[in-house]
Design a protein around this ligand. Sequence first.
Ligand code: F6P
Length: 324
Amino acid sequence: MKVKSIGVLTSGGDAPGMNAAIRAIVRTALHHKIAVYGIKHGYNGLVHDDVIECDRSSVANMLQRGGTILGTARSAEFETEAGMKLARQTMNTHHIDALIAIGGDGTMRGAHEFSKKYDIPIIGLPGTIDNDLFGTDFTIGFDTAVNSALEAVDRIRDSASSLERLFFIEVMGRCAGFIGLKVALAGGADDVLIPETPTDIQALANKITENRKRGKTFSIVIVSEGDEAGDAYTIAEKIKKLVREDYRVAVLGYIQRGGAPTANDRCLAATLGYEAVCGLLRGKQGCMVGQIDKRIVFTPFRDTFTKKKTIDPQVYTIIKTLSE
Ligand code: F6P
């Protein structure tokens, strides 16, 4: 089927760079004389026919803005048979032939189910701060989230060193430690706890005690969301009992998800947005476009959410070594 019009949506958690991706998709489509429709609030916009036609100016002056101008949602309705049927009807109403869905693993799962059920050409773009999608080295939003978290860690370090304190800083990531690992390495943390590796509370306590003995007066421990030992407050309490030292906890939360995208995220978004449209026009579908070793790679939807992207164990080793 020759694609004549494309719908674009953002779904799941917002991520900095989503707007840059939307802009790239709209402008590339228009360049190829393809009509392009923005679907509001993720798959909900398809279910409830919340669709706007885009022109060049619809995406002007938003490359630098965080969040997503289309709005986003995690749609329970779309997961139902009735919801998918309504979504298909909306596509028919607007004569939308193909879709580009920007988001994380839930978004890819939804795209997979929808494309299978109605044989719709869909390409996914990896957009999540968590960087936990198989099929791309980096997801759109990850670099910005890491830099935002790092800025916060640097500021907290000023306080930690001045008051000689033990700090636990919790970063986002859901069930993945990519943000935690990178922030810990770049921020010179004493240790990092991530969901992908077992957490040894006694070993962490020993390390803090050793560091004090050799004259280190403060410590920063990065805790990734989803760690098996619990959240930062729970872990801090366990450590306090062992090292008998007071602590402070900072949960960075949503400041990691907002803000202007970094140059890396804007470039990744522009490249993948462009490649997604070109891919659809070449007949690609049922896959996510990503970048691996600087090369454009199309990965079947199913692999993006069933295969596990692994952390680089070397980074973990470097963090441990440098903080000895
Ligand atoms: O997936 C991105 C993310 O920010 C995770 O890091 C976090 O666990 C989750 O979304 C929070 O989601 P919500 O805003 O829906 O609670």
